[in-house]
Design a protein around this ligand. Structure first.
Ligand code: OGA
Ligand code: MN
Length: 293
């Protein structure tokens, strides 16, 4: 295995490693250490099947099980162990413009980190490309450690102990999408998470932000929204971003604790984009829901 940096701040490409087969312990440790430093890792094809993706993902920890926020009237297209990041229905046809799955998925185009709204958030996501678009449909990543490092000392002091409320219904409400059943709403109550955290693998401080974050606990809602918006604007300046252009067979792994990401638009009515995501839980007790019951 060889490692190439794809960006001055973060993102490593792993060459000459076959992720469809068992990886020996020293190589795997090297991958984990590289991810602690670079936060995003890219593996090129060929395409692997769902089983191989799940097996590879499990090396990194415990898979998120409850996949998909939409449950009412939804039939799964892919394994329930994976998240369907596609514009396809369960018969592999393009989703209609009005389909609630499509409108819900548009939320992936807002800057976010995966599962920050779940009781147990995500450590890593491993997204694998089965079909890609000839234009658009890139995924962008932001280095939240670099974003934190470049805040003014005054801002760092201001946010050090702040806690944000995260809810999936907030990011979707931003889009004007509110078509959730009572059952779906009940399944995902909001959670509270610190805005600043220390990344355990690198010891670096990092911002923990997402479109799911709706306000700062204990602050007037408008003040909290403006602060979150200001910090996201800061963190997504061009120098902190890497844009991944997908090829079939790519698998990109990112550390949700210290990056944000977003999908870029594409012509959903024309192109088929079929991506499948394995998600690893963040079981670190220090990051669990801070909400007082
Ligand atoms: C995801 C995600 C963005 C994209 O898989 O978690 O947000 O580019 N994907 O599809
Ligand atoms: Mn995501």
């Amino acid at each position: 295995m060889t490692i190439v940096k794809l960006h001055p701040l973060f993102v490593a490409k792993f060459n000459a490693v076959d992720i469809s087969r068992p990886i020996d312990e020293p190589t795997f440790r090297n991958i984990e250490e590289t991810l602690d430093e670079h936060a995003v890792g890219v593996f090129a094809g060929p395409r692997i099947d769902e089983e191989a993706q799940i097996t590879f993902a499990r090396r990194f920890g415990t898979l998120e099980q409850q996949n998909g926020v939409l449950t009412t009237g939804i039939k799964a297209r892919i394994s329930r162990q994976l998240v369907d990041i596609s514009n396809l229905d369960d018969s592999n046809a393009l989703l209609a413009q009005q389909d609630r799955r499509r409108m819900f998925s548009l939320g992936n185009q807002l800057w976010h980190t995966d599962s920050s709204f779940k009781r147990t958030p995500a450590k890593y996501s491993l997204l694998h490309a089965h079909s890609v678009t000839p234009e658009g449909g890139e995924t962008q990543f932001a280095d939240m450690r670099a974003a934190y490092d470049t805040l003014s000392p005054k801002m760092k002091a201001r946010i050090e102990t702040l806690v944000a409320e995260h809810s999936i219904f907030n990011s979707r409400a931003t889009l004007g999408f509110t078509e959730f059943s009572d059952e779906e709403r009940r399944a995902m109550p909001p959670v509270h998470r610190g805005l600043v955290r220390v990344h355990p693998g690198s010891g670096r401080k990092t911002l923990y932000l997402a479109s799911h974050a709706s306000h700062i606990v204990g602050w007037p809602v408008p003040d909290g929204r403006m602060l979150i918006r200001e910090l996201i604007e800061h963190a997504t300046q061009p120098q902190f971003l890497y844009t991944h252009r997908w090829s079939v067979g790519d698998l990109v792994i990112w550390d949700n604790r210290c990056t944000m990401h977003r999908g870029r638009p594409y012509e959903e009515g024309i192109y088929r984009r079929d991506m499948r995501r394995a998600t690893i839980q963040d079981l670190d007790p220090g990051v669990q829901d801070r909400r007082v019951a």
